[in-house]
Design a protein around this ligand. Structure first.
Ligand code: ZN
Length: 219
């Protein structure tokens, strides 16, 4: 697979995870910032390589092989992110772009040794599960912060879309993976949440609470 093909496979996988629905040409064009005609060309290539099921006007789906390939890329990506943070001291807000490059390295032995070196981590620095070699993914028992009710204490488990700017914002308010906080109240006008981390109070927008996964403290 070329790097571009790998990026498509990963993007289709992520869209499928988000939407639970068939993915259309335009969805992918928007996600990858490219033209619909290039997407169609790529679909034909991926179909020839037997990685997707593609029906004109009905969109695209990964087949078993495509799914395996996507999970392998995600596994490599998340192991590299873990390495960059744990072993090289990068901040969690500055590893994604580097991991986008590193995930394309082919060597299975390198990844196996990296995994061993890191002590077989289950989660990456953004709290996302690292798929196992055979493609199994841990199911985290967490829910979106936007879906929980005020009045309890929660632990931040993971960031849904860990883009760098968002992570910098979390750094600023000291809301990191494993941070415990109380939800004081919810504003019914715009669904913003007032949370408290130790004695610091912050108001989180709906965009923010939709992008965070939490579990109840002590659960
Ligand atoms: Zn990443």
């Amino acid at each position: 697979m070329t790097f571009a093909e790998q990026d498509y496979i990963k993007a289709i996988f992520q869209l499928e995870e988000e939407r639970n629905n068939t993915i259309l040409t335009n969805d992918l064009a928007a996600r990858l910032g490219t033209k619909a005609s290039s997407v169609t060309d790529m679909f034909k290539k991926l179909e020839k390589k037997n990685l997707i099921i593609y029906k004109k006007y009905q969109g695209v789906k990964l087949n078993e092989e495509g799914r395996k390939a996507a999970l392998k890329l995600i596994r490599k990506h998340r192991l590299w992110e873990t390495f960059l943070v744990k072993s090289l001291g990068f901040g969690w807000e500055s590893v994604h772009e580097i991991a986008e490059q590193l995930e394309h390295i082919e060597s299975d032995e390198l990844i196996e040794r990296l995994n061993q070196f890191l002590g077989y981590p289950a989660f990456d620095p953004h709290g996302e599960p690292i798929p196992l070699e055979k493609g199994k993914v841990w199911e985290a028992k967490s829910q979106k912060l936007s879906e929980v009710e005020p009045g309890n204490e929660y632990i931040l488990d993971s960031v849904v879309q860990p883009n760098d700017e968002f992570l910098k914002y979390l750094n600023k308010i000291n809301l990191l993976i494993g941070t415990k906080f109380r939800i004081n109240s919810k504003e019914s006008y715009d669904d913003s949440l007032q949370i408290q981390i130790e004695d610091q109070i912050h108001v989180l927008s709906k965009d923010t609470t939709n992008n965070l996964k939490v579990r109840k403290h002590g659960a």
